[in-house]
Write a protein that binds this ligand. Structure first.
Ligand code: MG
Length: 385
């Protein structure tokens, strides 16, 4: 595949001067952690990676320490103190770029952290034809006009309307002149309106739903450190020995040898139990049922799996599915598969359709191939309960 054409050079202003009080909490929202990083850092990193140079971050007068910490380690940044309104802040950022006099500038709000590179590319491409370009999305809901009593007074035509996002892209000289000319008493809403007020033509390019503004406390609350689903894997091996019972997936299987171990040595249930524990970050089977503890001597391994499933439930998860592979030359697993599947489903509280039991040999290679032991590997997926 051909590599994409390099982007034209551009500078950027990231506005991070708001107090962010609507998001709650004591730290202004642009410095709070969202998806593992300070909110402002997401778009600043993306803009730098796209080539923004210079890049000015506009911050509140008392936020220099917070900003320096949030953007620690990033190069090519300058901090500028913003004003009382967003427009004043943008103008401060633009004035700081005047010495560098870039041809193009992107003006972006730090509250929109998830900035696709494709949007940057579309904006810069559109600047070839017009002095301004903004990312927009269609309105999908129908629209109503409200009267002063809160009753519906009519409908608006959504076909003609667009939702406007940032970054907004401009020819630098024209947006600076437009901002300087704008009456400071009026709220422009955004920079495209400032340019349009001076007669500048603004191109509309496709925005992206990912670019949504992080505004309310729920956006942070929902950003728990836990992923929306979790995955765990487990692996176990036990030695085959004469005179032992053979238990696989909680089912006793007739065979000339059995698995040796401290418990019933059910290698399959051990792998599944470890996968469940792994998915919730709760150590491994040895952490919960130490072989040194005599109470687990000869224990049915189904208890281990039930315990792990209970821990997952307590952590707010339910098992979505289990996929197990047994690795051995003998016994043949196929004839026992239905009973094994039913027992694993029962132990984990699942429908049988959510349990997969597969088997393979290693073509007579290695310890499983020589019949010295049986190995098992399992993957489980967990979803929020
Ligand atoms: Mg084991």
């Amino acid at each position: 595949m051909a590599s994409p054409a390099p982007l034209p050079s551009f500078a950027a202003v990231v506005v991070a001067a708001g107090r962010g009080l609507r998001a709650g909490g004591e730290v202004p929202k642009q410095f709070r952690i969202w998806r593992g990083k300070p909110l402002v850092r997401h778009s600043v990193e993306t803009l730098r990676a796209a080539g923004a140079d210079p890049l000015v971050v506009v911050i509140a007068a008392d936020a220099r320490a917070d900003a320096a910490k949030a953007l620690e380690g990033l190069t090519g940044l300058a901090f500028v103190t913003g004003g009382a309104t967003r427009q004043e802040s943008v103008l401060s950022g633009l004035e700081a770029l005047c010495e560098a006099a870039p041809e193009r500038v992107l003006i972006h709000d730090a509250a929109r952290p998830d900035l696709p590179l494709a949007v940057i590319a579309r904006l810069l491409a559109a600047l070839a034809a017009r002095p301004g370009a903004i990312p927009v999305l269609p309105v999908v809901d129908s629209l109503a006009v409200a009267d002063e009593n809160g009753a519906m007074a009519g409908k608006a035509d959504r076909e003609a309307l667009r939702r406007v996002q940032t970054p907004q892209a401009f020819h630098f000289a024209e947006i600076v002149a437009a901002h300087r000319a704008w009456s400071g008493t009026l709220d422009a809403g955004d920079d495209a309106q400032v340019l349009a007020a001076q007669g500048g033509s603004v191109a509309l390019v496709a925005g992206d739903e990912r670019l949504k503004k992080i505004t309310f406390a729920e956006d942070f609350v929902s950003d728990t450190p836990l992923a929306p689903f979790r995955v765990g894997q487990g692996f176990d091996v036990h030695r085959l020995a004469p005179g032992e019972e053979l238990w696989l997936c909680g089912v006793q299987i007739p065979h000339d040898k059995g698995l040796a171990g401290h418990s019933d040595a059910d290698v399959a249930l051990h792998a599944i139990t470890d996968a469940v524990l792994g998915a919730i970050g709760e150590g491994d089977i040895g952490t919960h049922f130490p072989p040194s503890d005599p109470q687990w001597r000869g224990a049915r391994s189904g208890r281990f799996l039930e315990h792990a499933v209970g821990l997952a439930r307590a952590a707010g998860y339910t098992i979505a599915n289990i996929d197990l592979t047994l690795i051995c030359e003998a016994p043949k697993i196929g004839p026992h598969r239905p009973a094994m599947r039913a027992e694993v489903a029962r132990l984990a509280g699942l429908d049988e359709s959510a349990v997969s039991i597969k088997a393979t040999t290693t073509e007579k290679l290695g310890f499983t191939g020589r019949g010295e032991g049986i190995a098992a590997q399992a993957i489980v997926a967990l979803t929020p309960a």
